[in-house]
Design a protein around this ligand. Sequence first.
Ligand code: PMV
Length: 310
Amino acid sequence: MGKGSGYGKTILFGEHFVVYGLPAIASALGSTTTAEVKRADINGYELIDNRPETAGYKEQKKEEYEKLIENVIKFMEVKEGIRITLGGNLVAASGVGASAACAAALARAINNEFRLDWNDDKINEAAFEGEKGPHGTPSGIDNTAAVFGGLLLFKKNLGGNQNTIKKMKLRKPVEIVLGNSGKTSSTKEVVGDVRRLEEEQPKKINAVFEEYGALVEEAKKALKDYDLKKVGTLMNKNHELLQKITVSSSELDEMVETARNAGALGAKLTGTGRGGLMIALTPGKNLQEKVAEAIEAQGYTVFRSKIGGS
Ligand code: PMV
């Protein structure tokens, strides 16, 4: 039996903007999706999905995951029938890179079962093919974070050549809270809406892109200097820019507001938006707990995690 795993991730800066070639910063979460692959006397594949999930996620994403698995199998030229079992402690939800974690885990498990001896770059290519199922035209940030882990800066090469991937280091991992809106959103749809908005109002949207471009440079420096207060302020600004491109929602805004009022250094939506998750920067166990409880008191579920771990 072949085994593999992929990291869940959270985007600290730059979801959506990353699609347009601007740099984004993501961190792997401690949680992973695991995959086991066994050769079987069947046609194609069979899937047993034991991942924990936000209610309704798997049902809503069924077709997208079928494409994801087919894409990975095709790219890795698997000619035999396989039985795939997914598991791990990453809760399948919008905004944690659940599909990318699954694609990375599956690619690693196939690599293992068929002794292909692919390196991480090649595994990342397979995971990117998988991501095209749920995303249509993914930037590549999710699968890169899922395969490599850690804290990284990602910049898509719009010309089709190699993307820029830079490992970043935090002096010390920092506590975060992820608030779950409980709603599953379609990345393909939301990315498409932003594209339309950019086509209809190019001047307005390009001004937002420009503002983000300056912001992410400041964010890189603040993370390097471990200036968490500054990182938080920039996360707040990033959320405002995401509101301007219409990818937030009332639930996400409510959780962001609640987190800030409870003392979070900064808060923003993370990932696709409209549904899915928000992230709050909450250094120290006490602040993390305070913010988590404040969001829970509003009726949302939360995940307590850390960014910047290895
Ligand atoms: O919702 P998630 O975790 O799959 O993140 C999507 C990130 C986007 O920037 C919106 C899309 C992309 O391909 O980068």
